[in-house]
Design a protein around this ligand. Structure first.
Ligand SMILES: Cc1cc2nc3c(=O)[nH]c(=O)nc-3n(C[C@H](O)[C@H](O)[C@H](O)COP(=O)(O)OP(=O)(O)OC[C@H]3O[C@@H](n4cnc5c(N)ncnc54)[C@H](O)[C@@H]3O)c2cc1C
Length: 405
């Protein structure tokens, strides 16, 4: 009886939609409920790493995502004060490790929309906008999910519920699962400009600038018209209000200080947000699972959060598929929490925390040592490759496969 009930997914963000597609392609019945009336297109994740591209290929999404994005094989770490490149990393070093030795810069709303269009072609999947999951109860081997829709509140019976409902997850809160970790005191300011950064930045569109006073990150995305937009990320001062950070004069001054040029910057989007390093104390309770930002959040330096969230969804859909087909007992579902939580801590939390610390380091001696270590790492082919295997999450996928073997 339970197996005939749909798997319900709370949240139609990129993780919810990709997970739904991975489940529905196996013939499982899936219903996605998305609280908002449309896919959120605010500027958030864009970097899609090699390990994720391999998974998107399996789902038949990689080509479309690549076509709507930009391929970038390199990233550079600069010293902002001296304007010197400290180290350049090139994913070409992974040419024997992956068919995709680069990242694809494709904004996350494009991925969600591409996956949603595919999902809508499958008869065993439904997707409803303006439908907010407000609670759930587990009983008799099923989950009763409460959903607020424009037509009123519905109770939906589900075999399993996946909370892919973002960092403020209602599902996680309903389960009473702690979101352990901390919030950085400063927020991150993202300014998106159509100014075509040229020269050194045209050679490499992912750039990180370490600086004791104001680090920065500069990267290119293709934009909705494919003509290219640049996003510049700065730490805001902890005391800075939205109005102060967004004021035109302040925005222009920040950008001009970063990269002086004649005339104002055309700024097409400004965004400021809190940054957290948090991991849910458990990724599963009974028949309810957490995936993506509902399970873990981190700073965006390294572009790892969404990638790992997609990996969650792929792993969970594979485990649920095997159980549904009777290929494995239901106890394999324990592996989801058992392995994914520590993997997130090891690969996503540790790397993003280290990336931020390196960019903002204030002690000149520590900065000098850290820069020297980075230079040496980039110059040594074996160390270079090892570093990129972690940065691209290939290592975390390999580790998980070895655990499963
Ligand atoms: C500025 C910025 C840059 C980033 N850059 C990168 C990057 O380059 N690479 C990377 O990997 N990650 C990056 N991230 C992180 C990335 O954006 C998130 O990890 C990603 O959005 C997580 O996807 P998700 O589907 O889990 O959650 P979300 O994208 O938050 O989607 C959750 C969805 O659930 C819906 N929802 C919420 N509550 C309910 C409910 N109760 N019922 C139903 N629906 C609900 C929401 O409306 C939303 O559509 C960045 C984040 C920011 C802020």
């Amino acid at each position: 009886m339970t197996s005939q009930l749909p798997i319900v997914i709370a949240g139609g963000g990129p993780v919810g939609v990709v997970t739904a597609l991975a489940l529905a392609r196996q013939g499982l019945v899936v219903s996605v409920f998305e609280a908002e009336g449309r896919i959120d297109d605010s500027p958030r994740a864009a970097t899609t790493h090699a390990a994720t591209l391999e998974m998107l290929e399996e789902l038949g999404l990689r080509e479309a995502v690549t076509a709507r994005g930009l391929i970038e094989p390199k990233f550079r770490i600069w010293d902002r004060g001296s304007r010197e490149i400290v180290a350049e990393f090139d994913f070409a070093a992974l040419k024997d490790d992956t068919p995709y030795p680069y990242v694809v810069q494709c904004e996350q709303h494009k991925l969600a929309n591409i996956a949603l269009a595919r999902l809508r072609t499958l008869p065993n999947a439904t997707f409803a906008f303006s439908s907010r999951v407000t609670g759930c109860t587990q009983r008799d081997g099923a989950v009763e999910v409460e959903v607020e829709t424009p037509g009123g509140t519905r109770q939906v019976a589900a075999s399993y519920l996946i909370g892919a409902d973002g960092g403020r997850s209602t599902v996680r809160k309903t389960l009473g699962i702690e979101f352990e970790g901390y919030t950085h005191p400063e927020r991150f300011l993202v300014l998106t400009t159509s100014f075509p950064f040229a020269g050194a930045f045209a050679e490499c569109s992912r750039n990180y600038f370490s600086d004791p006073d104001e680090w920065a990150a500069l990267f290119k995305v293709s934009g909705d018209d494919g003509r290219g937009l640049w996003r510049v990320v700065f730490p805001a001062q902890p005391s800075e209000s939205d109005a102060q950070a967004f004021a035109e004069a302040a925005v222009q001054a920040r950008l001009q200080k970063f990269f002086p040029k004649a005339g104002d910057y055309p700024v097409v989007h400004r965004n400021i947000y809190h940054v957290h390093q948090r991991v849910a104390a458990a990724f599963r309770k009974g028949r309810v699972f957490l995936a993506g930002d509902s399970a873990h959040v981190n700073n965006p330096l390294g572009g790892l959060g969404l990638n790992f969230g997609i990996h969650d969804g792929i792993e969970l859909s594979s485990l649920l598929g095997r159980v549904a087909r009777g290929e494995a007992p239901a106890k394999i579902l324990d592996d989801y929490d058992r392995f994914r939580r520590p993997l997130n801590v090891e690969y996503v939390q540790q790397q993003t925390i280290a990336n931020k610390k390196r960019l903002e380091e204030k002690d000149p001696d520590v900065r000098a040592r850290s820069n020297a270590a980075l230079r040496a790492l980039a110059a040594d082919p074996a160390a270079h490759r090892d570093y990129l295997l972690k940065a691209s999450l290939i290592d975390s996928v390999r580790k998980r496969r070895a655990q499963a073997a």
